[in-house]
Design a protein around this ligand. Structure first.
Ligand code: F42
Length: 153
């Protein structure tokens, strides 16, 4: 069941424009990171404070129908704001090209994080440099099919 509500575009113009192109083309254009040719997915989630719909492009890290959401923000010292959104409400819609599906986000740690981190760096090698400069452990969520209990349960 796709998330419903008022969409609030990203405050960052190139991000907002990528979401617009991705969605308006039915997931056939705007599906890579600039001219790198590396694939991008769009994760739709609910704002933790505003309750508005937020759409966050992320590098595509997929394994057997599950995806990683890597809260890297280019190695910035702070987690992205969307990290707190997923903590508050793990229900997301994931668009991978033309495919859209409901998923549930779950932050992973320990060996499970290590396994997904390896997949993430294999898909997008700059994640390795980002982790070196971030001064924080970059959080990794796994997005998997299914529906959670309502948040706060
Ligand atoms: N970011 C990554 O972290 N990892 C990636 O792999 C990645 C890939 C990528 C590919 C293409 C592309 O176009 C962008 C890509 N990005 C990637 C950037 C990503 O899409 C985000 O722009 C970035 O991670 C920063 O996320 P952010 O949530 O910190 O964005 C800020 C700038 C933002 O939008 N802030 C809003 C604002 O108005 O300032 C608020 C957003 C929000 O969710 N507000 C919450 C609400 O309630 O609505 C409040 C949350 C709270 O607790 O305050």
């Amino acid at each position: 069941m796709p998330l419903e509500g008022e969409y609030e575009p990203s405050a960052t113009q190139w991000v907002r424009e990528q979401v617009e192109l991705y969605e308006s083309s039915g997931g056939t254009r705007g599906t890579t990171l600039r001219d790198t040719g590396l694939p991008v997915v769009i994760v739709t989630m609910r704002g933790a404070k505003s309750g508005k719909i937020r759409k966050v492009p992320l590098m595509r890290v997929e394994h057997e129908g599950r995806y990683a959401a890597v809260a890297s923000v280019g190695g910035a010292p702070n987690h992205p704001v969307w990290y707190y959104n997923l903590q508050a409400d793990p229900r997301v819609d994931l668009q991978d090209g033309p495919e859209r599906r409901s998923m549930v986000a779950r932050e992973v740690t320990g060996d499970e994080r290590a396994e997904w981190w390896q997949r993430a760096v294999a898909a997008f090698s700059p994640y390795g440099e980002y982790q070196e400069k971030a001064g924080r452990v970059i959080p990794v969520f796994v997005l998997e099919p299914g529906s959670p209990t309502a948040p706060g349960n």
